[in-house]
Design a protein. Sequence first.
Length: 136
Amino acid sequence: MSQEELLLTFRCRASVAYAGETYDCRIERQGPGVVTVRTPLIGYHWQGEFFSQTSAGLESVSETCPLPESCFAVWIVRFLDAMQRTGALTAVAPSSFEGSVEGKAFTVTADPSDGRLETLTVPQLGLSVSFYEYDP
């Protein structure tokens, strides 16, 4: 499997372990910089040059993302966007790749039959994401 075979446009559920907490999310990625991460309480939406948050039927839109650098959703978006850049990943096994974002090394695994992401792990951040239940 090559980096180009990774399916980086998708909608799925994800289980995120970060900072001693576990989050059940829906992640939708339409392309670089266009990502939605929804938890049961709040949704974060990157839409190119705009960012919005939704909660309880309310929406707040801004030109910049006000989330702190330590927010798990911010990191997930950075790592997903990094996977899209040509040459950003090094194959370490038939369906496992390594890369780095801002000095944070990460490993991503994918299903070799369809390129769907299975896991993303970032030991330096204590971040682990399991992707599952992909929409067709």
